[in-house]
Design a binder for this molecule. Structure first.
Ligand SMILES: C[S@@+](CC[C@H](N)C(=O)[O-])C[C@H]1O[C@@H](n2cnc3c(N)ncnc32)[C@H](O)[C@@H]1O
Length: 209
């Protein structure tokens, strides 16, 4: 499926724009108050948010399974001399970092990709493993208020093919359950429209036990 995304980034090297997302701006405020210095970004794409975090003094490890996205991000990071390390990586595999390595993990519109619930539990357990105690996990997902929810062909339980993109649409309860089952406390959930999608923006913290 990385082919779908390679095609997207080949046809438009700044598909998501060059400015950081509102979610990144919001999370950055929370990162500052929590003294986040090392961040892991999953599904970073061509790095509109990665470069924003790194330009503001955070060291970022950025992962994406699209080789085209990672090459684009590498080029920008080198040109701007930013503290970004990239890897072409599929998050269905164990994360290539030791335990308790990052202050925070961030992903914007990755968790709503075509993952089964088993895969989601695995991804969250890996995020939990690489986070320091009380580390933060920020993520955003498309939700049931999205205008495309229920449209397109259902290709897995709760996952729809929307013009070639396979997407899960979450309820607030599903997010809270997923987080708590994986050992995270939900700090806040906000709804936001980011043209053309409706998202839940979520902040969670690694629970102690
Ligand atoms: C909706 S895009 C968002 C990109 C970026 N976060 C942004 O907001 O600009 C989702 C990204 O997740 C990546 N992705 C999807 N499934 C993945 C997987 N299993 N492992 C790693 N990256 C994945 C895609 O290549 C794509 O870059």
């Amino acid at each position: 499926m990385s082919e779908v995304w390679n095609k997207v980034y080949k046809s438009d090297i700044a598909f998501f724009g060059e400015e950081p997302s509102n979610f990144a701006l919001l999370c950055f405020n929370h990162m500052k108050t929590n003294n986040v210095t090392r961040l892991l970004e999953l599904g970073a794409g061509h790095g509109r948010d990665t470069t924003f975090f790194a330009s503001n003094g955070i060291e970022v490890d950025a992962l994406d399974y699209s080789i085209i996205a990672v090459e684009l991000l590498d080029k920008i990071a080198k040109k701007k001399r930013l503290p970004i390390k990239t890897q072409i990586f599929d998050v269905k595999n164990p994360l290539p970092f030791p335990d308790s390595f990052f202050n925070a993990v961030y992903s914007h519109m990755l968790i709503n990709m075509k993952f089964s619930y088993n895969e989601l539990h695995f991804i969250f357990s890996e995020i939990r493993r690489v986070l320091k105690p009380k580390g933060l996990n920020f993520f955003s997902v498309r939700n049931h208020h999205d205008k495309l929810y229920g449209k397109g062909k259902e290709v897995g339980r709760g996952i729809y093919d929307i013009k070639g993109f396979e997407i899960r649409f979450f309820t607030e309860k599903e997010i809270r359950d997923l987080a708590s089952e994986a050992g995270f406390e939900t700090l806040w959930i906000r709804e936001e429209y980011e043209e053309p999608v409706t998202l839940y923006l979520v902040s969670t913290r690694k629970s102690i036990s």
